[in-house]
Write a protein that binds this ligand. Structure first.
Ligand code: PLP
Length: 405
């Protein structure tokens, strides 16, 4: 027994823990919520209603789920057996491969507990502490933390808007330094809805091949194409032999509108794909985080997914039409084109900072929108609305906020 402990195992009274516990510098150093989150929490605590135009959780959006079939899929005998495979069960990988098509095979896939976990595995695979990944911005804000928690730096590289969004391939090339290991793109992007064009894909894969970088392509929203142009790269899997390593991420969260079931995947293509998948399997083997029930159910859930996606697609289109009708009466407001995905960018005169505007709208009308600055949109004058919002709420929310913009 340690000399500092008495016979009852209690610490001696003169043994004092020295100061606050040190947390890793990978974590945020202050955990205070931002002004908008704090105002939202205050409002909810006071029992005041909130009209939420930012909802991205499909299980809270009034969709009709085939409950009996989902429950039955999760209640098969296989859910009682533990037979782990770091890649994921072959039957689940076959179902994911069939969902994607484009020659994808079960052998090209590794299952994860979510797309976010997939990023964690890939960042561990590709970088040493202090290395960088390039992320075209505006971007999904989680990348900053997902990279940082693995000791990496996510460096934003601004895309630009000229009639549609464009990757700035020159800026990406200029930003690639000795510590850069990968580029991360979302196709279509959250929140801009930008699908890569075929020309952007060709330029991006050539850049990554030239500079020895991996390319991570997040296609969680790829099934939700909305508006032209039609030169879109519908999926990175359309390229059977990219010149650089490509890791495609997706998952049930968006593909089947089932985020609670926690199933994602990574498809590996390009040079040395088999070796990279083997290294990923080594990483996944340390966690074995994908549950048996969701793997047993994957085939059925993916078979149910098209009907759920049809409901989501109808919602996105209906809300976009509602927005366009409302905008017709407010010529000082506009929206950007939505090539795909679940969000729309609303443009407004930048009379105040986006964050101030979002706070003002919440306080004056009880309606929650996201400021563009949350996603690194340049300057002010953009608000981000979720097209997944139940239609009556979306209509009511627009009616509330428009007089204040
Ligand atoms: C672009 C993007 N990638 C990944 C995710 C997270 O997906 P998952 O629930 O599979 O972790 C989201 C969630 O909104 C997202 O917007």
């Amino acid at each position: 027994m340690s000399p500092h402990y008495g016979s009852a195992g209690k610490a001696s009274p003169d043994l004092v823990y020295p100061g606050p516990m040190r947390l890793s510098s990978r974590l945020p150093q202050g955990l205070e919520p931002n002004a908008l989150s704090a105002a939202l929490a205050r409002r909810r605590a006071a029992g005041q209603a909130v009209l939420d135009l930012t909802v991205s959780n499909p299980t809270r959006c009034g969709f009709t789920y085939p409950e009996t079939a989902i429950r039955a899929a999760l209640a098969q005998p296989a859910v009682l057996a533990y037979d782990p495979d770091p890649l994921g069960t072959r039957s689940a990988r076959e179902a994911v491969a069939a969902h994607h098509g484009h020659g994808l095979r079960a052998e090209d896939l590794l299952l994860t507990a979510s797309t976010s976990e997939g990023y964690g595995l890939l960042f561990k695979l590709l970088g040493d502490p202090g290395d960088e990944v390039l992320v075209p911005s505006p971007a999904y804000p989680l990348f900053h933390w997902l990279a940082r928690l693995e000791g990496l730096v996510a460096r934003p590289v601004p895309s630009y808007f000229h009639e549609r969004w464009h990757l700035d391939l020159g800026a990406l090339e200029a930003a690639a330094g000795p510590r850069t290991q990968a580029v991360v793109v979302v196709n279509p992007n959250n929140p801009t809805g930008h699908f890569l064009s075929q020309a952007e894909w060709d330029g991006l894969t050539a850049l990554c091949a030239r500079r020895g970088l991996a390319l991570l392509v997040d296609e969680v929203f790829a099934d939700f194409a909305l508006e032209p142009p039609n030169d879109r790269l519908a999926t990175a899997l359309a390229d059977p032999a990219p010149p650089c390593p490509v890791f495609l991420l997706s998952g049930l969260s968006k593909v089947a509108a089932l985020p609670q079931l926690k199933l994602g995947w990574i498809a590996v293509r390009g040079p040395d794909a088999a070796e990279r998948l083997e290294a990923l399997a080594f990483l996944a083997d340390q966690y074995l985080s994908v549950s048996a029930p969701v793997q047993a159910a994957a085939g059925t859930l993916l078979a149910l997914a098209p009907a759920l996606r049809a409901q989501v697609q109808a919602r996105l289109q209906a809300n976009l039409a509602t927005l366009d009708a409302a905008l017709a009466d407010h010529p000082h407001l506009a929206r950007l084109p939505v090539e795909g995905g679940w969000s729309v960018l609303l443009r407004r005169p930048a009379v105040d900072a986006d964050e101030v505007c979002a706070l003002r709208l919440l306080e004056a009308t009880g309606t929650l929108v996201h400021p563009g600055s949350f996603f690194d949109l340049p300057g002010d004058g953009h608000l981000v609305l979720s097209l997944l919002t139940p239609e009556a709420d979306f209509r009511a929310g627009l009616r509330q906020i428009f007089p204040h913009l």
